[in-house]
Design a protein around this ligand. Structure first.
Ligand code: GCB
Length: 599
């Protein structure tokens, strides 16, 4: 799905700002009509949960309404008028005046509606967006709704981060011509010093298509005609980790008279990605991932996108020597992906499939385990929702050079009966949609090289490990030994590249000890060092992503104190002591594997 852009033939109006806001009184969103009767207002983009002092809003399970009036620019006569919602978490319903024009499930991917027939250039309309935060066995991520003794609906879910909801990303109104570009796909390759750019353009009606590749200065470096083809860029400047370079594919659509009727410009970078043996190659060179699992999470805004935090977070990542991150545990705002493209940060792009694991639930709650994959739990319908999440992620992010791998799930119960039947078709689907990028999933602690049923289906073994925290708590010597044994097991059995996609220790800034005392700043540091010693002894090891970049908000529970504190930075982005140590380890590596300590 194309990101809306302003071009010579397209105009773009941003609808962010303060909207009227109301909480639906009962769980059914309809019938709904007319202006919202409310005193509340809410900013877009932002999650609504932390804005208000009323806990009934924070704990609300169901629909909320956002509303504003919108004027269609009068110059848009004859154009298609499209409304685009970057994210409505987790379900959105869009009304133009009182007409339902779009409905979408999936809280982290965009959707749009052609509203031309419902509006008038120069006229005003009432835009209402209903947003539902409910998670069920057929949403990604999954969850359960229960009704408490006093009749309140309560949401539970299988991940620790807080279920922020609302319009957390931008809303747009844009125009496009009657005959227009619907989609553009770019796949790049390298032939000596020449970059190859396989492109394919979809239009909504038969038309002549012309494409031009422009370099960063706007100079044309290649051109072709036709909806599909290959451009060749001599002496190409590659997109490299830490040294981004972007070209632009300008697509022109021409009518029968040779007049340009639509123009769209898609940035792209020329780079290759390949898994060879136990190496992860970018542009044919081994790449070692340093960085983090992250969250879109800030005070007050919740998961609301914020350009200031975007810039600051990337500054901190650069400062610390992080060359990459995983979009744990959902697709991030497109602004984040574009920033990564422009700044050479490598991304592992993850779907919102977090929590397909009822064994973790049983462990946390002390309840008898339920089968994760069964007709009554996660079933064919769940898988259909998961498949849709994969489709929408790839449709949105396929052209980002920063994205080097798809991660289709976080910590599924991959050691349980039914896991293979559930995942095999999803891996096939991912490969069909994008044959060029490796595919992975992040494996949970309970899944070992001996009992995991799906690892062989994937290209890279990403494993989440908390030795020294959840296991061997406070005993780092044992933790290091366990971790090394665990990693060797996977390495020997599968012969694939391995990275640890999560390792971390909750840490309260300001808490200190001379002993190995969990929660202290010293312990976080010692924990990381123990992990790193084990990593550096594994040949097939290709990267380390600390959990987490920053402290983040979690749901209520006895396992967290004021949120998840495994951040290397606090929620306000202040460094804990471990930040300085990570910087010393990562900066000199520059994307290369630590040497000297390898056996
Ligand atoms: C995990 C999850 C992550 C949690 C983390 C933790 O394994 O993938 O979402 O936040 O552990 O801190 O427990």
């Amino acid at each position: 799905m194309l990101k809306p852009r302003s071009t010579a033939t397209r105009e773009l109006v941003n609808l962010d700002g303060i909207w009227r806001f109301a909480v639906a009184r009962d769980s059914a969103p309809e019938p709904w009509a007319g202006p919202l009767d409310t005193r509340l207002e809410a900013p877009v983009p932002a999650s609504y949960n932390d804005l208000f002092t009323d806990s009934a809003i924070r704990d609300h399970v169901g629909w909320v309404w956002y509303q504003r009036s919108v004027r269609v620019p009068r110059g848009w006569a004859g154009e298609r008028v499209v409304l685009r919602v970057d994210a409505a978490t987790h379900e959105g319903k869009v009304y133009v005046d009182d007409v339902l024009v779009a409905q979408h499930v999936g809280g982290y991917t965009p959707f749009e509606a052609d509203i031309t027939e419902h509006v008038r250039p120069g006229g005003e309309f009432r835009l209402t967006i209903g947003v539902n935060n409910e998670l069920t066995s057929v949403t990604m991520p999954p969850g359960t709704i229960t009704v408490s003794a006093d009749g309140r609906r309560k949401q539970t879910y299988l991940h620790d981060f807080y279920n922020y909801a609302g319009l957390a990303r931008s809303v747009w109104l844009y125009s496009k011509p009657a005959v227009h570009v619907d989609d553009v796909t770019v796949v790049t390759g390298l032939d000596g010093a020449t970059g190859t750019v396989d492109y394919s353009v979809e239009t909504n009606a038969p038309a002549t298509v012309r494409v031009r590749a422009l370099d960063a200065r706007g100079t044309e470096v290649a051109a072709a005609e036709g909806p599909n083809g290959t451009l060749r860029i001599d002496d190409v400047t590659l997109w490299r980790p830490g040294s981004a370079y972007l070209y632009e594919l300008v697509v022109d659509v021409l009518d029968g008279d040779g007049e340009v009727v639509d123009t769209f410009a898609e940035p792209f970078g020329v780079r290759t990605v390949e898994v060879r043996g136990t190496q992860f190659l970018i542009n044919g060179e081994p790449f070692y991932f340093t960085g983090f699992g992250r969250h879109e999470d800030t005070p007050v805004r919740g998961k609301g996108h914020d350009d200031a935090y975007l810039v600051h977070d990337f500054q901190l990542m650069e400062w610390i020597g992080a060359n990459s991150f995983r979009t744990s545990h959902y697709p991030y705002a497109e602004e984040v992906m574009e920033f990564a493209d422009r700044h050479g940060i490598v991304v592992i792009d993850e779907t919102a499939a977090v929590g397909l694991n009822l064994a973790v639930e049983a462990g946390l709650l002390g309840t008898p385990p339920r089968a994760t994959f069964s007709d009554d739990t996660f079933n064919d319908e769940t898988r259909a929702a998961h498949a849709q999440a994969i489709r929408e992620l790839i449709a949105r992010d396929k052209n980002h050079p920063s994205v080097v791998m798809w991660c289709i799930a976080n910590e599924p119960s991959s050691n349980e009966e039914g896991a293979r039947e559930y995942f095999e078709p999803l891996v096939e689907l991912t490969r069909k949609l994008d044959p060029t990028r490796p595919v992975t999933y992040a494996a949970v602690m309970f899944a070992t090289h001996e009992n995991d049923l799906i690892a062989d289906l994937f290209d890279v073994l990403c494993i989440n490990r908390y030795y020294g925290w959840y296991i061997a708590t406070g005993d780092l010597a044992t933790a290091e030994m366990y971790l090394e044994g665990d990693l060797r097991g996977w390495a020997e059995k599968f012969g694939k590249p391995i990275m640890v996609s999560e390792y971390g220790a909750d840490t309260l800034p300001g808490l200190h000890s001379i002993w190995d005392a969990p929660w202290t700043e010293e312990y976080q540091l010692a924990y990381l060092e123990a992990n790193h010693r084990a990593f550096d002894r594994i040949d097939a090891f290709i990267g380390e992503h600390v959990w987490n970049f920053a402290d983040f908000q979690t749901t209520n529970g006895i396992h967290r104190v004021g949120g998840n504190k495994k951040g290397i930075f606090t929620r306000e982005r202040h460094p804990k002591a471990a930040a300085h140590a990570l910087r010393q380890r990562w900066l000199p590596l520059g994307g290369r594997k630590p040497s000297g300590t390898v056996e």
